[in-house]
Design a protein around this ligand. Sequence first.
Ligand SMILES: NC(=O)c1ccc[n+]([C@@H]2O[C@H](COP(=O)([O-])OP(=O)(O)OC[C@H]3O[C@@H](n4cnc5c(N)ncnc54)[C@H](O)[C@@H]3O)[C@@H](O)[C@H]2O)c1
Length: 349
Amino acid sequence: MAKYDCAIIGCGARGTHQAEMLQRIPEMELAALCDIDSDKLQEFGKRFGVTARYTDVDAMLADQPPDIAYIMTHPTVRVEPAVKCAQAGVKALTMEKPMALRPSEGEALAAASAETGCLMAVNHQRRYMPHWQEFRQSLADGCIGEIKFIRAATFSRTLLEMGGHMMDLLLMILQEADPMAVWATSAGAEGFQSPIEHYAPRQTLARILFPGPLEVLWVHSQDGVNTLGESTCYMHLEFNVWGTEGYAWHTQNEGWGYQRRGMAEPVGGPTSWWDDNEQAQVEFTRAVGKWIEDPAAEHECSLEHSMRGFRTLMGMCKSSLTGQPWEYGTPVADQDIDALQALLEQREG
Ligand SMILES: NC(=O)c1ccc[n+]([C@@H]2O[C@H](COP(=O)([O-])OP(=O)(O)OC[C@H]3O[C@@H](n4cnc5c(N)ncnc54)[C@H](O)[C@@H]3O)[C@@H](O)[C@H]2O)c1
């Protein structure tokens, strides 16, 4: 029997995927839907057998407040429904990535979660893919000794699109470490043109410093040489990790592995977004229920984890604007992001 009444806000492509995955989780029942597009809402409701359909989130929360809300809209419609859900007593919610577009939005989400106790997670579902967990564990076990240098590369549309996933996975394999500083440069004002692009630079090259000897080369380039053989933009995600005792790697669809000094052959396994994405979304979703039962057992994709990455991405924008290193923890203002957009437009104009 279902334990949690769930609602989906945003019945588009990702909302459909979330609804399909909910069908695989007996303890969760899709009880309410919300979308401003009435035709889409009705069609979605019929397909998933949900009669509680709303075009307004306030009405949904007044009539049928869920235990868990899945906010599957674009990031321009993110903070407001999340804060409303939290204030209405929703126990937990997830939101699609990117979690926010501006520094103040990220901070507003963190404040709403802290004030209301609503548990929040960001849909960085790759964390639940088995090979990512094995990769993280192997590095934590010292498979290549102390990590000294990482190249993290993606080639899709903007800093906040695949960049959000890449930052999240980078901090995951580093055991949620706080960066110390970021020194970045960005290009591509057209990335600010629509919510689909997520209002962020098209390309960003950065050096990220962590405590100790660790440095990261961050390569996010729309126009760079892609992962050979990949055609879809979401599929370009590469990590190369050098340690004191060896080398490790993870490529989204070409496998992961490591080779330590003295090993005749590398050890590792396959990776496939296509094979693993659905199950990862199921595990991500199921973990929300477990989190409600035991808030101390934090969700892999908790807002707290995501905030570290989001602040670092905002710091990359600030550093790109000033040409100077940005120290982790230094506030970034919304106006800094607007100023970066203006600067990139001016350079290209
Ligand atoms: N985690 C991932 O792997 C992954 C993959 C693809 C996309 N995404 C992210 O998912 C998000 C949504 O993408 P999508 O492709 O599903 O978009 P979409 O356009 O298909 O769906 C968005 C839906 O939100 C609805 N909507 C808009 N305003 C609303 C409001 N005020 N209240 C309720 N509903 C509202 C729209 O009518 C639409 O149906 C994006 O941020 C995207 O970056 C994540």
